[in-house]
Design a protein around this ligand. Structure first.
Ligand SMILES: [Zn+2]
Length: 91
């Protein structure tokens, strides 16, 4: 268990949240030009890094809003939280 600082509600227990996978997956600009393998890569393939990763999280049992998080998946240390639509502060 760990504490997550929702950008809308403040600090809450991690049990109130749901992880939504890797963040900043960009939809292809011309999806009809992709072959099946490229489309499947966009839809299904995620990095799932053991270490520092950008993720999407949802405050499912709170405000129900989505936000982004930079988290070390090996020890759940949260490096950064920022709202959806904001550009990643770290490229
Ligand atoms: Zn919230």
């Amino acid at each position: 268990m760990f504490i997550i600082n929702c950008p809308f509600c403040g600090e809450r227990d991690q049990s109130e949240f749901k992880a939504g996978g890797e963040a900043h997956i960009e939809r292809p600009k011309q999806p009809t030009e992709l072959n099946d393998e490229e489309w499947a890569e966009y839809l299904f393939m995620r990095k799932n890094i053991k270490g520092i990763q950008f993720e999407r999280w949802n405050h499912a049992h709170g405000c129900r809003k989505w936000f982004n998080m930079l988290r070390d998946t090996s020890n759940d240390e949260i490096k950064l939280i920022y709202k959806m639509g904001e550009k990643s502060p770290i490229e």
